[in-house]
Ligand binder design. Structure first.
Ligand SMILES: [Zn+2]
Length: 435
């Protein structure tokens, strides 16, 4: 079902008009209220009066994660603190966290974005939505929670972790929708498989909304089979409020972006020029409605493309293809560009392996080393290296052909690789700590 047909199915022409009106307004606010944007626009010689429609967006300055950190915590805020109702922040594992602040309207718009995604999975009154994203500064928990509220659904604010309890309540409370990271959902699926208290037949689960980290079609297939659900991708980022910047529809053929609130562009990350429609490049967002902390042309570092062909669902909102990786996550190993998601894609092609992996990159004798820990599934695993050999060779060959580098593969026992309750950590690049 469609939450807001008037907007989600609006003609492209009307959408351009709405975006243009909103851009003109937000640029004026940024120039008048945020010294950072006034300085940036003055440097480029752009005045708010130069922005007459959405077509003028490329005249505006970019915003980067560095800018957000430099302006930490409230330098980009366009309203007085008395108008702010909530503060969220990213985990900030590398330096200062990225902060987002919200007015009442910002929270309402954010919930609207999440509600549109939940509606695509037919979530509404009577549905128990188990929110197993972390609650707290991270936007996942409260974002999904408020979206479920907007749909009139029942919120189950369990947060992440305590998997035994998650599956017990899933059964006892009749959870129909699960919201969490895809890696945690897989972990829960494994817990259900192993549990002697809860069986999948006793669950009412029918849909899952998974996001906050990239995942593959292979993982989707596994989640849908193991949990007997439809697995829907929900996309978002803290800089643009949080989850619900867009999401998949029932056809699961790309992520519809809520362009009335978040205007997407694709640029060439080297030249910073827009790419031709449909080409791959870096995704850039301008918030068109955010009041507390409006952001112009935020460089997400996510590499993807936009699909403008109409979707079978009837929504006209542009679709984003799967994210190939982040320009940030890209590792250069022996001169080859490697994305961790490529390893995951390869693993899900093999029925013998679990999708869990861990990469260690180091440098020995002036040469990069690439060690890959993987797990064989229970039924294929043996601690005897000779018995592991037949499984290693095909994986090795596939990685060499797809990624272009030769890994040192280490087979671990099923369950040996750490399962995270939040965003999974897949890489330890030890080269960063050496001279
Ligand atoms: Zn669609």
């Amino acid at each position: 079902m469609i939450h807001n047909p008037e907007i989600e199915c609006m003609s492209r022409e009307d959408m351009r008009k709405l975006q243009s009106e909103r851009l003109v307004k937000i640029v004026k606010t940024c120039y008048e209220k945020v010294p950072f944007y006034r300085r940036k626009m003055d440097e480029l010689g752009v005045k708010p009066s130069d922005i007459k429609s959405i077509d003028d967006i490329s005249k505006l300055p970019f915003t980067t994660k560095h800018d957000l950190r430099d302006e930490y915590p409230f330098g980009l805020q366009a309203v007085p603190m008395t108008d702010v109702r909530r503060i969220h922040a990213s985990s900030g594992t590398t330096g200062k966290p990225v902060v987002d602040t919200y007015t009442d309207n910002d929270i309402a718009n954010w919930s609207e974005g999440v509600a549109r995604v939940l509606a695509a999975g037919n979530v509404g009154k009577g549905d128990v939505v188990q929110v197993a994203y972390g609650y707290g500064l991270f936007t996942g928990g409260l974002g999904a929670h408020d979206g479920a509220n907007k749909r009139g659904a029942i919120q189950l604010p369990i947060s992440a972790g305590n998997s035994e309890k998650q599956i017990m309540l899933m059964k006892d409370f009749g959870t129909s929708a699960l919201c969490c990271t895809p890696s945690y959902a897989l972990h829960l699926a494994e817990c259900i498989e192993k549990s002697d208290k809860v069986s999948i037949d006793e669950l009412k689960l029918r849909v899952g909304f998974f996001g906050a980290e990239p995942w593959t079609e292979g993982m989707r297939k596994e989640l849908e089979e193991k949990l007997r659900i439809k697995a829907i991708d929900i996309y978002g980022l803290t800089e643009m409020s949080g989850p619900g910047v867009g999401g998949e529809c029932e056809y699961q053929n790309g992520t519809h972006l809520w362009e009335d609130m978040f205007y997407p562009e694709i640029i060439n990350p080297d030249t910073l020029e827009p790419v031709a429609p449909g080409e791959f490049g870096e995704l850039v967002f301008t918030s068109l409605c955010k009041e507390a902390m409006p952001i112009l042309r935020y460089r997400t570092r996510d590499l993807t493309r936009l699909i403008y062909e109409p979707c079978k669902c009837g929504r006209t909102a542009v679709r984003m293809d799967r994210i190939l990786g982040r320009s940030d996550d890209m590792m250069i190993i022996r001169g080859v560009n490697v994305f961790p998601s490529q390893i995951e894609t390869v693993l899900t092609e093999f029925p013998t392996y679990t999708p869990y992996y861990f990469i260690t990159v180091d440098r020995k004798n002036n040469e990069d080393t690439f060690d890959l820990d993987v797990e064989l599934r229970e039924e294929f695993y043996s601690p005897n290296p000779a018995k592991q050999m037949p499984y290693i060779k095909p994986l090795y060959d596939r990685i060499v052909s797809l990624v272009g580098i030769k890994p040192n593969i280490h087979i671990l026992a099923p369950g040996a690789i750490e399962r995270s309750t939040g965003k999974a950590k897949h890489v330890n690049d030890k080269r960063n700590f050496k001279g």
